[in-house]
Write a new protein. Structure first.
Length: 504
């Protein structure tokens, strides 16, 4: 059936941000179902952590993890058979990003990088090396997909997230369809044929299936249970392994192996090693002695209860920052103002929205958006998401990270091919700020055939402000209208004494 959407005014559309807004569902209903209330303007920085499936009290989640492991074992086995055709590599190892869950690392819309052919080739090449004892572990309680991220080889946390989501896509489709049929009106639903839903091990082929799902801008929307989501890093992750390398090494019970690991590690260090050198030596040692990975994973298994607590807090933090605070920001600060009036030039319009955002943050308590439990969230990604939310219900094309061969820029704002402007957001605490101001946006502007650029810098302390001011003086960039400073300090705000955030 075709989806119909009732006519709404621009002001009404502008405040539609989340799943419950667009599909006329009570937030309490979605909360009772256990699903995260995603934004349909842009991805939010959450992802499925496979460890939360492995360590869950719910049998359905443990079954999902078993399904993931079964498929990875299949991939390992075919990888050991030798080279395979391009067609089979694509069918077995290549997966598109599941953008319909509106979660991940994209800062504009829901289009991330996904899993490309390089990932497929890396996966095929490394599986038999990393997972030699996959399914027959003697140190850990079970098998873990996260091993792929613990060694080098081009498999990062974003790849792990996309891969995990692809392998549980059938569950997410069923989960969403059940909710939609019960709580989403028929005119907001549509039947979709979805590829790569279930794997037939007898025929060694992925199968498609039909689902009745919520429809938005011609595509379906997926819901995800909050209890399998986390933020920033999975429970088992490479930075944590490298940070705790010596601690993990000391816990290896085999004294001979422990001695070999220590000797290999120490021989790769200079007399006064830097932190970078130490981490590189740890990484090389873990690759040379893969048993280290198992002892690290065993430690994470033994403290698995903490994983659920940490992930729950991170999901709640995201709900507060991008849910409750953003809702308050749009309702209290933007609606009923001239904010959604548009200027005819992309530079003027981009600059106007930057200045309005600055005014709200500095003078109307908008700074609260960047704080959780009174602490500033110094993340450029959060500022970028806030700016993107301010462009909803606009005739302008607002693209995140257009890559023209010289790297990505935060935003390209355009109204037709001849009218383009670039907007770059940075934190004052960024160690490469001076270099960025001197070179980065100018390079991007040349690549995008436009000289209209805006640089926006957010600072959280007086020290950061002085640092930025000195950089601008050094570069002879003071008092330029296309460089905008935003004061997100809390100590100089009148209402700071009453500052509080919703309880976790």
């Amino acid at each position: 059936m075709s989806a119909r959407r009732p006519a709404v005014s621009k002001a009404m559309t502008a405040r539609r941000i989340y799943f419950t807004d667009f599909f006329a569902v009570a937030p309490a209903t979605l909360e009772a179902y256990g699903a995260f209330n995603v934004s349909l303007i842009n991805d939010l920085p959450l992802f499925v952590d496979p460890f939360l499936l492995f360590d869950s009290d719910e049998q359905q989640y443990r079954d999902l993890h078993d399904g993931i492991i079964r498929y990875v074992k299949f991939l390992r086995d075919v990888a050991t058979e030798g080279p395979i055709s391009k067609g089979l590599l694509d069918h077995w190892f290549l997966f598109k990003e599941v953008k319909q869950n509106w979660l991940g690392f994209s800062r504009s819309g829901n289009n991330g990088s996904g899993l490309g052919r390089d990932f497929a080739k890396s996966l095929h090449r490394n599986l038999h090396h990393v997972f030699t004892n996959f399914g027959a572990e003697t140190i850990t309680r079970g098998s873990h997909l996260e091993k792929l991220c613990l060694v080098g080889g081009g498999v990062g946390r974003d790849h792990l997230s996309d891969f995990t989501t692809n392998l549980i896509k059938g569950f997410l489709l069923d989960y969403t369809q059940t909710f939609a049929r019960q709580h989403v009106r028929a005119e907001f639903r549509k039947t979709f044929t979805v590829e790569k839903v279930r794997f037939d091990y007898d025929r060694r082929r992925w199968q498609r299936a039909d689902y009745e799902l919520p429809v938005f801008l011609g595509d379906f929307v997926l819901l995800t249970p909050k209890e399998i989501l986390t933020k920033d890093e999975a429970w088992i992750n490479r930075p944590d392994l490298l940070d705790r390398f010596t601690e993990i090494c000391a816990a290896v019970p085999d004294s001979q192996l422990r001695g070999q690991i220590n000797d290999y590690f120490l021989r790769r260090l200079s007399e006064e090693p830097t932190e970078k050198e130490r981490r590189e030596a740890a990484a090389r040692t873990a690759e040379r002695y893969p048993a280290m990975l198992d002892y690290y994973i065993k430690d994470k298994e033994d403290t698995g209860e903490e994983a659920h607590k940490v992930s729950s807090l991170k999901v709640r933090e995201t709900e507060v920052q991008f849910g409750e605070n953003v809702r308050r920001f749009v309702d209290d600060k933007l609606l009923g103002t001239a904010f959604y009036r548009e200027e005819p030039d992309s530079f003027d319009e981009s600059l106007r929205r930057v200045h309005y955002l600055r005014q709200v943050i500095e003078d109307q308590d908008g700074w609260r958006i960047f704080y959780i439990d009174g602490q500033p969230l110094r993340r450029e990604a959060d500022v970028q998401i806030m700016y993107r939310l301010c462009w909803y219900a606009t005739a302008y094309d607002v693209n995140r990270e257009p890559n023209n061969g010289r790297g990505p820029v935060d935003f390209k704002i355009s109204l037709g091919a001849a009218d383009k402007s670039l907007v770059e957001f940075k934190l004052a605490s960024n160690g490469k700020l001076k270099q960025n101001l001197k070179h980065q946006v100018e390079i991007y502007a040349k690549a995008n055939a436009t000289k209209k650029t805006i640089k926006c810098i957010v600072y959280f302390t007086e020290t950061e402000l002085h640092k930025v001011q000195q950089i601008l003086v050094d570069l002879k960039l003071s008092d330029r209208p296309d460089i905008v400073l935003i004061d997100a300090r809390v100590d100089n705000k009148i209402s700071a004494s009453n500052f509080s955030t919703p309880p976790a």
